[in-house]
Structure formats: C-alpha cells, structure tokens
Write a protein that binds this ligand. Sequence first.
Ligand code: GAL
Length: 652
Amino acid sequence: MIFGVDYYPEHWDGSEWKKQAALMREAGFNTVRMGEFAWKLFEKNEGEFDFSFMDEAIEVLSAEGIKVILGTPTAAPPKWLVNKYDILMRDKYGRPRGWGSRREACANNPHYTEKSKIIVSKMAEHYKDNPNIIAWQIDNEFGCHNSTRCYCDHCRNAFSTWLEEKYKTVENLNEKWGTVFWSLQYDSFDDIILPGYNSCEGDWGNAQSHNPGLDLEYRRFASESWVNYQNMQIDILKNYTDLPVTHNLMGHFSDIDYRKLSKNLDFVSWDNYPETQWGGSEYEYVSMAHEIMRGVKNKNFVVMEEQAGPAGWDVLGKTPRPGQLRLWTYQAIAHGCEGIVYFRFRTALFGMEQYWYGVLDHDGVPRRRYYEIKKTGEELRGIEKYIVNAENKYDALIVKSYDNVWGHDIKRHSAGYNYENHLYSFYKANARLNVNTAVSDGDYGKYKVVYMPAYNIISDDEAEKIKDYVRGGGVLVLTFRSGTRDMFNNVRPLSVPGVFADIAGIEVDEFDAPKREVAIKGEITGTASIWCDIIKPHTAEIISRYDGEYYKGRAAVTVNGLGKGKVYYVGCGLDDPAMEALVRNIFAAADIPVIKSPGGVEIVKRGKNAFVLNHNEYEVSVPLTGKSLLSGQSFGGNMEPFGVDFIELSFK
Ligand code: GAL
C-alpha cells in the first residue's frame, strides 16, 4: 500500500535530499507526493521549461526505493504569468484577487487554461516514461481559499452560453426562474448577470439577495467550471500515460460537486487535518469526512495529506498526543482509506506554512512523531490484505446532495439551521451506535436505511426512485424542509412535504422556527429546536408530540408504512438523546444490530472483523473480545488512551 509523505525538494538544498530520502526509507515510506506548487521552477519564464531539479530529486528518492506521485503545479501561477496576462479571479465587487499566495486564477480564463494546458503537456511528455512515477495528482485542492466562484467577464460570458445551452430560449429561462418578480426579465442571454453585488446585499443581514434560480445555477456552473478545468488536465495526462490520476479533495467541502469532480479520476484522495489552529474536529465529524470521500465514487480512497504534527498558519493548534497520529491513521483505514501520505516530511523553514509541522521538525531530527508513524507503517504492512482492495458493508446511507447544500445556503430557512450540520447530526447518532453509515447518493437498494434529511430540491425522477425503494422494503427517513422545491429552486405548489407527502402519509399544517427549545414526548423524548413542523397525520402513526408552545400535543415525528417499507418523518431538529432514541427506533424497524460503546470509542465493522478506536485521552474498557489481528494476542477489552485495535470477531 502507499505509505508516504508530502515532500518539497525545492525547499531544501540539494545536498540535503539524500539524507532526507534515507530517513524516509528508514521510516518505511515508499512514496512521496511532490511538484504541486513548483510551476515557477518548471517554467522559469514563459515557454522556458526546465525539469532538472525534479529529475534529480526523483533519482535521489528512487535510489532509496521511494516512488513518486507527481503533482501538476497549476494551483500556484507564477508572477510572470500574472504580469503578462490578466488571469486573476474577480470577487463579487469586481475586485481582482491579489497575487501572493495561491489559487488566484479563474477556471474560465482563457490565458490561465491555455498556460495550464502547456505546462501539463510539457510535464506529461517529460515524465511519461519515468518508471519512478506511480500516479499523478492534478493541481491542489480546487476551491480552497474560497476560490470556486469567480465574478469576472470570462465567467459571465461562459455562464451565459451555459444557460443558453440549457434553457434554449431566454423566455424559457425567464419563466423557469420567475424573473417577473421585481421586473428582472432578461431580453437576451447577453443580459445575464452573475449573482455579485446588488442593492439588497447586506440588507437585514441577508447575504443572498439574488433570484434563487440564478444563484443556484451559478453555483452549479462554477462547480462545473472546475470539473471541466480538471477534466482538461486529465485528458492531457491520459494522452501520455496510463498511470492513475487523482486530485486531493477536502472532505466536507461542498462548493464543488465532488461526485462530478471525481467521476473521471481513477481514485479519490483527500487532505485530513483533524486538529489545527482553527480547532479540533469531533471524531464522528472526521469519520463522516472519510465516508464522504469514500462515497463520492463508492470506492476506497487515499489520504494524500494526513496531519503529522501540530498545525497552524500564525498560531499553532494542539500538538497531537502520543498515539493520536496512529489513531487518525487507523480511523482513515477503518473508513476505506487504502493508502496514506503524511503532510509533510520536514517542516518548512520559510514561507507561509512555517508552523505547519510535518513528520520532522525544522531541525530534521527524528523524534516521537517520526517513530510513531514508522511503527504504524510496520503494523499496517502486517494487515495490508485487510486494507487494500477490501470492501466494506454499510447498513445505512445518508444522502448528501450538493444541490441541497447550495439551495439551503441560498435560503437558510431558520437562523441556526445548516443543512450540512443537519446531515452530520444523523451521521453522529449512527456512529454513536456503531452502525456503518455511507454518505453518498443514488444506489438506495444497497442499504436497509436511507436518510434524506432536508432533501428539498428534488427532481420528479428522484422522487419516484426513492418511492420505489420504500415500496420494495426500504426504510426512508425524511426531515423538515424536504420535497418542496423543483430543480430551478422554485417552491412547488404543493402541501408540505411536497413530493414526499403521499409516502410520508402526512401534511404539514403549520411550522415554526422557534427561538427556544420545545419539549417533545412520546416514544422519543427530548427537545426540539431550529424548526418545528406541526404535522397532521393522514395515514402515518405518531411517534412523538410537542409538549410546549401553541402546538402542544401536535405531532412532531411520525412513521408511515408503505408497501414493504416505512417512511419516518422528523419534523424538528432533535437534541442528542432524542436523536439516539430516534435512530434506535429506526434500526429496530430495519433489523440492524447496534453496539453501544463507551463515549469516544468508535467501532467500525469490516466483515467479520472490527476496528476499535479509542478517541479518548484516557483508558477505557470496551465490552468486546476477540483475537487482535495487530498483536496476535487476545483482545481483552482494555484500551490505552488513543488506543487502536483490529479484532477478529463475529457479527450477525
Ligand atoms: C492543505 C494544502 C497543503 C497545505 C496544507 C496545510 O490544505 O493542500 O498544500 O497548505 O493544507 O495548510
């Protein structure tokens, strides 16, 4: 399996490379990822190419048996390019993005795309027969630094053409978007604007002040612009090489539709930083990120940048505790990672990321983190057959829809409401009961339970597909603000929950965006917040009722039998205990076994085996026994702080 580090030979004197490569080999690293920011070194001035420094670095590394994932350098356009051509993105006020960091260029800028084509072709040609290269990474983290959406004239023109292809006539577009509202009808596609600054912006705290159809389409277009830009690079590489091509994604990041972005990639990779200057993530949040990354192609993935030390740009986050780097590695593997690359080998002495610590500190001396990672690699080699090409089974699916991420961002429904946090609340509740949960879309039939929380923008076809799933015996979980919008981001003229009303067997009579918690009681007891649908059941049974406000006694959570399946409707945001009670109820209905582990202990089932991960900084005792596939000894249940095990166990 790939076990490597991100490496920047350009940050070190050539005389250091040999020593560093030897230390890598001693740590068991077999791969480096490099090159992704070295455009200026590869093309000193326009048309002057020189790959000699990289050639030499590859030689030195290969002498130690280390292979290379080579990055195309287009995330960091050099100054000569910016001086000569206007490639900079524009913000929503029309201001050019400043040069001096990275990710300044616009995906629809013809100069940038042209120069990108040239550098990628030159690299591909130069390296096509190099046996030390095992894969390519395109660019670096598309969309990072808020760089997905640009408001320049190139984007406007391309958007107008894109809309014309989709809507054919401007009359059709006017009708679909409802531009009659506030006299916003367009007379031609040339009139189309981008949803930049307008006179409503900021009014009453309202950040999104455009026609919702325009806003949604623009987000789709901007996402697709980067997909096209990436596909342009993939096509070039594939002309020269059969090697696998990837891009490093960013887990929960949602400005780009990751399913579309990864469609033409051979494998997905991503960058995982659980604990940085900006805070630490809950372990369930990190696990969900891994599952999102597995779910975009429903395939195992690689972590291309795994945190290897304390991390921050100006101040530092918490130092990873002894055992934590190993734990994060196993957490990734438990969720479908089959290759891991640590960011970065030695910490930079200069540049923006002087405080983003790697495996080695600034002085290059191996210490605790180096030895912990080395030991982790040794262990992983012993269980490789359970990792590479291994498949996993999932009982539940959470459907993440990028259209709905954008739609809910455009109209947030309720202060404090966030679609992605709402999805996460379900993932977390499932994780607490150790039910393997995929985060993906589409293939509903593979799962016993499908959650479609707040699935608001939905096509008629999708609605039919999910109904068939339920009739065939599936358990579907819907929540408030579902089924009420069409694909143009208009509200459907239907009773809530719109296209789902018949299968949920309910009608939402009224709703409330409460400013305080509302008690609920029944089979599920706890509190509701953020949103309260006041439900009138038709054929559905009531699971819980409100116990407060003017809707005291009215239904809050229901379940409806349909064909061989069931539809749950959750009309409100639930607190953690109520969520646990809800998902227990659902799993009982779907005949899915749960395991209640001590707080902070994650169990991920892998066929007959299970990864057991103690995310606590204290010892715990886990009520499981079995043979440890890591130590060969029997696992008695005691786990050290941040401890990990992989146990042979029998699950029903
Ligand atoms: C990632 C990025 C790396 C490095 C790292 C630490 O987002 O891909 O190049 O910047 O973060 O900040």
